[in-house]
Structure formats: structure tokens, C-alpha cells
Write a protein that binds this ligand. Structure first.
Ligand code: SF4
Length: 236
């Protein structure tokens, strides 16, 4: 594709995202994902942190065999890797595991140990943001499990929007769902969930940067607790 063709394609996708964001605001999660499957086909994927497999399950109903992209940072709880393996084994999806350019040991050698304590933004950039950027190269659209009720920083999450950072259509089919909606869907469909969710964790990220939440805290309060950081950079 020439640069001019790429620019026209980017403008087309951006306009498509903006129209869909308005048209699908009140649509169900399955309708949103069916639109994504029909519109983008194999150039559409779901990303999953393996906190639960709700969006992957919904997407597999819209498009059996859908690509589910998982970022293996090298710092995950073993329960998270186990959930990824279980999703791969039992669901009608194609799990794609992305890894950072460096192992944790290689990163420690270059940047010093426990970069996540000293410079979590750089650690997240190296282990999450950069690998995802490279992993999404072959897609026009990606779906996330973001929900408006998770934290104040996610309160305005659109169901479909233009992701200007990655120049992709970004889809958040369960943006309007509450935790009760998620729990009801999990119960109704027997969806796989990370065992840590029943062990005091309301949101599951990398082990060194995740703690259990306390009564009354929002779901993401256990992520980078005690630090100014609230997002890893994938959604900001
Ligand atoms: Fe590093 Fe923590 Fe970010 Fe994981 S969540 S990539 S360990 S800073």
C-alpha cells in the first residue's frame, strides 16, 4: 500500500469507528461483536488479560475461532497462565500469546532489577505497550473488556472508538456492563474465570503490581496500589 492509500484507509476506518460509536451505543455486547466480526472478519481480534473469558466467549459466539490475544509479560500469576491455558483448551478461539522483546532476566540486566518498582511506566511500556503495538499490526480492530464501572478513569469508555495511538478501531463491547452483568453472564454460560477473583482480587494484572482489594475500594484499587499510576498505557 502506498502512503496515500494508507492515509485513505486510516481515514475510512476512523470515520467507520466514529459512526459505529454513535450507532452502537445502545446495542448489546453480542450485537457489537457481531458488527465487528461482519465488518472486519479476520482483521479483528479480542485482547484478554485472562481475568475472565467473558469477551472472548461473546466474541466466539459472533465469530467462532476468533483470535484472542494475550500479553505474557513474564510477571503473571500462575493462575493467570492457567486460565489462558484453559481458555485455549476448551473454547472455540485461537489464543495468541505475545511476549516482550526481552525476558525479565534480560530486562533486569539492562535496566536493573525490579524496574516495576522504580519506573513502572517504562516497565509497562516494554512489557505491555510495545508488544501489543507489534501484535496488533495485522488487525484493523481490537476488542477489550473495559467497563465504565471499573474506575473513574474508565467512566467514559465508548463502545466503539478510534484508537489514534495504534490507528485501529477499538471496541469495548461490555463498556456499559456492571459487575453484576459480568457475574450473571459467567454463571449463565459457565465462562472460565481467573481463580484469583474468588481470592480477594477484583482486577488481575502482573503479580508484583497487584494486591487484593479492601472493602469499599473500586475494582482497580489493587493495581499499582500506593502509586500514582492507574493504567498500564494500553488504554490511555
Ligand atoms: Fe511491569 Fe508491573 Fe507493568 Fe507488569 S504491571 S509490566 S510488572 S510495571
Amino acid at each position: 500500500m502506498t502512503t496515500a492509500q494508507e492515509t485513505r484507509e486510516t481515514e475510512r476506518l476512523k470515520a467507520l469507528a466514529e459512526r459505529a460509536g454513535r450507532a452502537l451505543e445502545d446495542a448489546s455486547a453480542l450485537e457489537i461483536l457481531q458488527w465487528a466480526a461482519d465488518t472486519f472478519g479476520k482483521r479483528f481480534c479480542v485482547t484478554s488479560s485472562m481475568e475472565d473469558a467473558v469477551v472472548a466467549h461473546l466474541a466466539s459466539r459472533a465469530m467462532p475461532g476468533v483470535d484472542v490475544v494475550f500479553l505474557d509479560t513474564g510477571y503473571h500469576f500462575e493462575e493467570t497462565i492457567g486460565t489462558r491455558d484453559a481458555v485455549e483448551a476448551v473454547m472455540d478461539v485461537n489464543v495468541i500469546t505475545l511476549t516482550p522483546r526481552q525476558t525479565v532476566a534480560e530486562q533486569d540486566a539492562e535496566h536493573g532489577p525490579r524496574l516495576h518498582e522504580r519506573d513502572p511506566d517504562l516497565c509497562c511500556f516494554l512489557r505491555k505497550v510495545k508488544p501489543l503495538e507489534q501484535g496488533l499490526t495485522h488487525y484493523d480492530a481490537w476488542a477489550t473488556g473495559l467497563r465504565r464501572d471499573e474506575s473513574p478513569t474508565r467512566a467514559n469508555t465508548p463502545v466503539v472508538a478510534w484508537d489514534d495511538k495504534r490507528r485501529k478501531v477499538k471496541i469495548s463491547p461490555i463498556a456499559r456492563w456492571t459487575q453484576d452483568d459480568v457475574d450473571a453472564y459467567v454463571a449463565e454460560h459457565g465462562v472460565l474465570t481467573n481463580p484469583l477473583l474468588t481470592d480477594g482480587y477484583a482486577s488481575v494484572g502482573c503479580a508484583p503490581c497487584t494486591r487484593r482489594v479492601l472493602a469499599g475500594e473500586d475494582a482497580r484499587a489493587g493495581r499499582w496500589a500506593g502509586r500514582a499510576k492507574t493504567e498500564c498505557g494500553l488504554h490511555g
